[in-house]
Design a protein around this ligand. Structure first.
Ligand SMILES: [Zn+2]
Length: 224
């Protein structure tokens, strides 16, 4: 019987070491990924400081300079559950929108993503136009934010309200958008929809947002 070639004999111990090293690196990387993801899921006792940092990270998650944004358009998903990946698949595969996820951000309700977790989508990463409100001007200049849930039937969670107020506050500052230009989908000219649903009163939302902006943080609105 021919014995193993010399190179195999010499290499065998190194192969074992290499395999162990690769496995180790992969394990550490996956742990880091989970940890990183967890940082974006708000805990129940999340401090104001952590929330602000978490939301600043979501806004910083882009590959291009900030676009020419003049509005923020708030939506609800009109579904009880969901997350960015699920809506992305729906918009890509069912609606055949090659740009995928129509919104720039999705705010989870604790079903398919964290409660109050903010997921930036590929259109935000690329600073590209949205496809969320059936109006070219508002799609090109409006940042689309989707609150997961059917807000006609249920209320957004407290964490969702906290997150949506803070992301709007930070986006208003970053993009120089006045709180009056933060609107519900139903307020887009010629829109025929109840979106974002009757349980999110946009007038009161703008009042809270203006207050948070005047305070320089979201503490006032978050404490209510
Ligand atoms: Zn909508």
């Amino acid at each position: 019987m021919p014995s193993k070639p010399l190179w195999k004999k010499l290499l065998a111990p190194y192969l074992v070491v290499m395999t162990a090293l690769v496995a180790g690196v992969m394990l550490i990387a996956s742990r880091a990924f989970v940890l990183h993801n967890r940082m974006d899921i708000p805990s129940e006792d999340e401090t104001q400081e952590r929330m602000e940092a978490r939301i600043a990270r979501a806004i910083a998650h882009r590959n291009a300079e900030l676009g020419d944004w003049r509005y923020i358009v708030i939506h609800h998903s009109a579904t009880p559950t969901g997350n960015a990946a699920k809506f992305d698949a729906y918009h890509r595969d069912k609606k055949k929108w090659s740009g995928g996820l129509a919104y720039h951000f999705v705010i989870g309700n604790g079903t398919d993503s964290g409660d109050g977790q903010i997921e930036p989508g590929p259109r935000w990463e690329a600073q590209g136009a949205g496809a969320h409100c059936g109006n070219n001007y508002y799609n090109s200049h409006g940042i689309g934010i989707c609150i997961v849930g059917n807000v006609e039937e249920t209320r957004p969670t407290a964490q969702q309200i906290r997150s949506v107020t803070e992301i709007c506050r930070q986006l208003c500052i970053a993009c120089k958008i006045p709180p009056e230009s933060v609107i519900g989908h139903c307020e887009v000219p010629d829109a025929h929809t109840k979106c974002p649903g009757k349980n999110l009163n946009m007038e009161s939302f703008r009042t809270e947002l203006a207050r948070a902006l005047a305070n320089g943080n979201g503490r006032e609105s978050a404490s209510k």
